[in-house]
Design a protein around this ligand. Sequence first.
Ligand SMILES: Nc1ncnc2c1ncn2[C@@H]1O[C@H](COP(=O)(O)OP(=O)(O)OP(=O)(O)O)[C@@H](O)[C@H]1O
Ligand SMILES: [Mg+2]
Length: 345
Amino acid sequence: MDDKIINVENISKIFNPFPLRKKERGPGLWVANLVRLRRIKENEIVALQEVNLFVNRGEIFAIIGPNGAGKTTLIKILSGLLYPTKGNGTVSGLDIIKDHEKLKSIVSFVSASFWMGLEWQFTAYENILQYAIMLGVPQDTAKKRIKEYGEFFHIDYFDKKVPALSAGMRQIISVIRGLVVDRPILYLDEPFVSLDPEKRMALSEVVKTLANKGKTILISSHEFTDLDVFHPRSVMLYKGKTIGYGFAEELLPEKGIIPYSLRLSEFLPDLESALFESGIIACKVPKELIVLDRVFNVRLLVRSERVNDLINEILKRKIKILDIKKESISLKDAYLYRVNNEVLN
Ligand SMILES: Nc1ncnc2c1ncn2[C@@H]1O[C@H](COP(=O)(O)OP(=O)(O)OP(=O)(O)O)[C@@H](O)[C@H]1O
Ligand SMILES: [Mg+2]
């Protein structure tokens, strides 16, 4: 049975760079605040707008969206680090506003920027151990977990001080620090940043294992390939608004779209325009999806009833089809479709 451990109801967050002054008194304050009221409206930043979602216990749930979409803000609110401006939410039965102090003690939060919080005079090992002890993990347990994760991630630089670590090394140390704390709810905000493919795969494996053991994991990333391995339900944010919610297939608003990977002898803009304008493909092809490796590798979102037209359009230009493969809808497909087709145009 589903067990909704995280519930978010109509959460909005407005950052206000010019808060009203409250402490002073007197008529001057009225005038000052009136001026500020105008500046507030002009300058307020809507980081989240009426976001609704739930996450089941033991689920890996993804938060996706471009820079500034509100991903980190949402995670901070669900960690008790920020209050929402409006809306309600609970995490494991705790109210995100009233119980925010308790909330901090049941979640473990790892962010791509947290390596900055590492103490530079300590070694990697000392950083993880001290952090775990401060957050209430018994020393022996912490040491045992550090050893296990160290072996799993092949860490041979535990004894190096932070300035001597590379960017990826610092990142994995800050991830291990969050894992060693071992709480029922884990928030991973851009955990794959700077990690090499081997570490990324290892981290994905840890995430899957923890979810299988019943931990609930919220993960944000721009690396869609890393997220697709979980086939997660997701919320897609854009400028604070929810533009999609569900599995990758559900994030595409249009039904009957099939991604195809093609290897072509040529893929030039006139073919792309012809395919898009005649409605054969549902989305223009972002440059990053055209990979030139002697031949052109391209991924197209094709309307299922137009596959024959696709082949004809290609062949009539005397372009060779070296390979064509039907794929399943990925988070990246859904994301690029929404951001390119709807939001930017
Ligand atoms: N403390 C703050 N004060 C004012 N504005 C803020 C603050 N924190 C975030 N914002 C703004 O809120 C919006 C959402 O920021 P947030 O960090 O949640 O985005 P994000 O989706 O995590 O982006 P990224 O992919 O770059 O990490 C942005 O416009 C940002 O400038
Ligand atoms: Mg962020």
